[in-house]
Design a protein around this ligand. Structure first.
Ligand code: HEC
Ligand code: HEC
Ligand code: HEC
Ligand code: HEC
Length: 284
């Protein structure tokens, strides 16, 4: 770890190290990952702490709202109001009884840990800001961080551009799977949350009209990553601590100038290869 920090400093006198292309190996822990602010921003914390940008043992934030799960949170929450996702698929908009699947309004869309992610990823609050114990004001906004891929992690406040979150996975699954059975006896749409994340697609012997056969040998079940067992959040796909996420297959250096060894791992619970992350929940 120490060695790596020295390397980053040696890159030059830039305030923000060129780390957007330097995601360290998946599943090796939060220290040294892109969620280690001391690695992303030079001299981020006077004591070199890592957890402090998100957690504190004392004097934590308590103003994140009733629907937010805030584990000893130590990052400014701000007062941003986000544009909620709007369902596009007709079957997702309402069930037969006319119930909608959206708590996609206001704070509800951000229930669970999602609001915590947005305290950095909406681009309005400095990532190197933290509270109380040896408080640090911090001035580096997400938009200022980025290498070959630019300020990709600055998601802004428009959630219509992000996979839907803040809805009940179990309820929509019941509805979608029942709806899919109409005209297709074997058809299902959404994976049972008791299932694990996908690790491989078996393409041998598939015939037209047959769904992908997916192997699920991971160690996380989908229900483990749903807030309170049913709500979809940012943390349903991403592992914030870089601990139980999948090791991505390297890809060749491309026009973005990425080094294969430093390809982003995205903190995902399943691989991008064959879109295994998507096939973890979607039967397609
Ligand atoms: C303290 C600020 C902070 C918080 C809170 C935070 N992130 Fe990040 N995140 C960052 C920074 C900084 C980066 C690196 C951005 C870059 O390199 O362009 C990053 C990168 C990422 C990446 C890209 C990783 C890669 O390998 O390319 C993902 C995915 C991500 N964060 C998801 C999340 C999720 C999900 C949450 C909430 C559960 C979250 N983050 C909370 C600061 C934060
Ligand atoms: C970039 C922000 C970030 C950093 C850095 C971070 N965490 Fe977290 N942590 C989170 C978020 C977000 C959650 C809630 C995640 C969820 O509910 O899925 C969380 C949850 C937790 C939890 C409760 C749930 C669990 O996983 O057990 C513990 C304990 C925890 N973090 C400890 C730590 C420690 C210790 C460190 C430093 C070594 C650390 N975290 C660093 C963002 C962070
Ligand atoms: C359905 C799964 C899913 C959900 C939910 C999700 N993401 Fe992602 N996210 C991904 C995938 C997959 C990628 C990798 C980029 C790609 O394949 O386009 C990614 C990439 C990212 C990146 C890196 C951006 C980039 O283009 O390099 C950040 C930052 C991020 N996610 C944060 C979040 C935050 C914050 C939330 C909640 C508001 C969230 N994600 C919700 C699947 C998800
Ligand atoms: C953790 C589970 C999970 C993962 C992982 C996941 N999704 Fe979803 N996604 C859902 C659920 C549940 C719905 C709502 C039901 C549906 O549309 O089938 C949904 C909805 C969608 C929709 C429809 C949105 C609308 O407006 O109707 C699209 C498109 C989509 N997902 C694409 C993706 C892609 C692409 C990936 C991989 C990058 C992905 N999903 C990964 C659970 C997931």
């Amino acid at each position: 770890m120490k060695k790596i920090l020295v390397g980053v400093v040696a890159l030059g006198s830039m305030t923000v190290a060129g780390v957007a292309m330097a995601g360290l190996p998946a599943a090796t822990g939060v220290n040294g990952s892109l969620h280690d602010m001391t690695k992303v921003v030079t001299n981020a914390d006077s004591m070199g702490r890592v957890c402090v940008f998100c957690h504190t043992p004392h004097n934590a934030q308590s103003n994140l709202g009733a629907t937010s799960n805030a584990p000893l949170w130590n990052h400014d929450a701000g007062t941003a109001v986000y544009t909620p996702y709007q369902w596009v698929t007709p079957l997702n908009q309402q069930d037969a009884a006319g119930n909608t699947f959206q708590p996609q309004t206001g704070d509800e869309a951000l229930q669970g840990p999602s609001r915590l992610c947005m305290t950095c990823h909406d681009g309005t609050i400095a990532v190197d800001q933290h509270g109380k114990a040896r408080e640090q004001v911090g001035t580096t906004l997400m938009g200022a961080i980025g290498g070959g891929e630019g300020a990709r992690a600055d998601l802004g406040g428009d959630l219509t551009k992000t996979h839907p979150i803040g809805f009940d996975y179990v309820a929509i699954r019941t509805h979608r799977n029942a709806a899919a059975v109409v005209g297709d006896a074997t058809g299902t749409e959404i994976v049972d949350p008791e299932q694990k994340f996908a690790t491989a697609v078996d393409t041998t012997g598939t015939v037209g009209g047959t769904y992908n056969v997916v192997t699920r040998a991971g160690n996380k079940k989908i229900k483990d990553v749903l807030f309170q067992g049913n709500i979809m959040t940012c943390a349903s796909c991403h592992e914030v601590h870089n601990k139980e996420n999948a090791v991505q297959d390297n890809y060749s250096p491309n026009s973005l100038g990425l080094d294969t060894a430093k390809a982003p791992n995205y903190f995902l619970y399943a691989k991008e290869t064959d879109s295994l992350i998507c096939l973890s929940c979607h039967i397609k």
